[in-house]
Design a protein around this ligand. Structure first.
Ligand code: SF4
Ligand code: SF4
Length: 337
């Protein structure tokens, strides 16, 4: 299900993100291609903004995979290929994209839930990642077991720890070419005592000392990612009557210092059908990127135009305050922590 981009209740001028910026958010030269390979996932986490799960069937078609491989070949300005889902490893297009990107010398990121390593047919993933120097960005919403199992499902914490130990044994977290980052997602608010996402630097210290002491685990960076009110988060906030007040809280904590680092400025987010968005959040909210003439952007139109810099301004909505509140948030963590 694709959610509508905004609740009518939120379409008020005081929550207009563009108004807070004072001008439209300009796009810069594209350097990052984030590809969502599909909605299928072995987990079904409560905070999942893409509403992924084991029964979702949407996935990349062979024609879109061919267009993506052509994009990588034709546009050397793409420095980073960021693969996400669902569980991107479950898609048949995952390995061809990794291998082409590796051959072209691009940075490769996989957003992995780690527990996929223990599903039948995926046991070789840790070695595969290491061989292709894939940077692993893995969700571990808390360093304490109860909180993780509550958000992601029973047994997910143990599986994640075992998977990180496997990655460590291959050099992840120690070899400078094998980067392992963990992701912290705050819990979804259950009442109106809203809190900003905690300091990334301080929390990273807590994670590192707890995980080293209890499991002998090492990793590179902790990335804190704020819950944006879309997908399952939006649904839960709406269910509790907190959607408007949470968005207002984020807007009240808008920090202009985060705007220059917003990830949507230099990335394209691609869906499994080849449609182009300014970021993964817009993709999940069904808000496509547009050319200055107001036309939707697709892989096909970019390849036909022989340019990936076809977008002048980012499509913003009230949930964008989740990226600028406090220390900011992006797929790469806080922006000004
Ligand atoms: S592992 Fe990631 S993609 Fe899968 S359900 Fe959880 S949050 Fe969503
Ligand atoms: S949700 Fe965040 S990354 Fe996406 S367009 Fe808004 S500000 Fe940019």
């Amino acid at each position: 299900m694709v959610l509508s981009s905004e609740s009518p209740k939120l379409a008020t001028s005081d929550l207009s993100f563009e108004q807070a910026l004072g001008s439209p958010l300009t796009k810069q030269g594209i350097q990052v291609l984030q590809i969502n390979l599909g909605r299928r996932c072995n987990l079904a986490c409560t905070h999942c903004h893409v509403e992924a799960g084991p029964h979702r069937t949407e996935e990349l078609s062979p024609a879109v995979l061919a267009q993506l491989l052509e994009m990588l070949d034709r546009f050397p300005q793409i420095r980073t290929v960021d693969l996400t889902g669902g569980a991107p490893e479950m898609n048949y297009g995952f390995r061809p994209l990794v291998e082409r990107s590796h051959a072209l010398g691009k940075e490769i990121i996989v957003r992995s839930n780690l527990t996929i390593f223990f599903e039948p047919g995926f046991g070789d993933l840790p070695e595969y990642f290491a061989r292709h120097q894939v940077r692993v960005v893995a969700s571990l919403p808390c360093y304490l077991q109860d909180n993780v199992d509550q958000m992601r499902g029973q047994g997910v914490y143990d599986g994640s720890i075992r998977a990180i130990q496997q990655l460590n044994a291959l050099g992840y977290g120690q070899d400078p070419k094998l980067i392992l980052d963990l992701v912290y997602n705050p819990p979804i608010p259950t009442d109106d005592d809203f809190r900003l996402t905690p300091s990334q630097g301080a929390l990273e210290g807590d994670y590192k000392s707890y995980l080293a002491e209890h499991f002998g685990i090492t990793f590179n960076h902790l990335l804190t990612i704020t819950n944006l009110p879309i997908g399952r988060t939006r649904f839960q906030l709406e269910h509790r009557g907190l959607l408007t007040s949470y968005t207002e809280f984020l807007a009240a904590n808008h920090n202009a210092a985060n705007v220059s680092g917003l990830m949507c400025r230099n990335e394209l987010s691609i869906d499994y059908e080849g449609n182009v968005y300014d970021c993964d959040f817009n993709q999940m909210a069904g808000v496509p990127a547009q050319t200055p003439a107001g036309h939707p952007v697709t892989l096909e139109t970019l390849l036909a135009a022989d340019s990936i810099d076809a977008i002048a301004t980012v499509q913003t909505r009230s949930y964008c305050y989740g990226c600028t509140a406090g220390s900011g948030s992006s797929c790469g963590g806080a922006l000004t922590d």
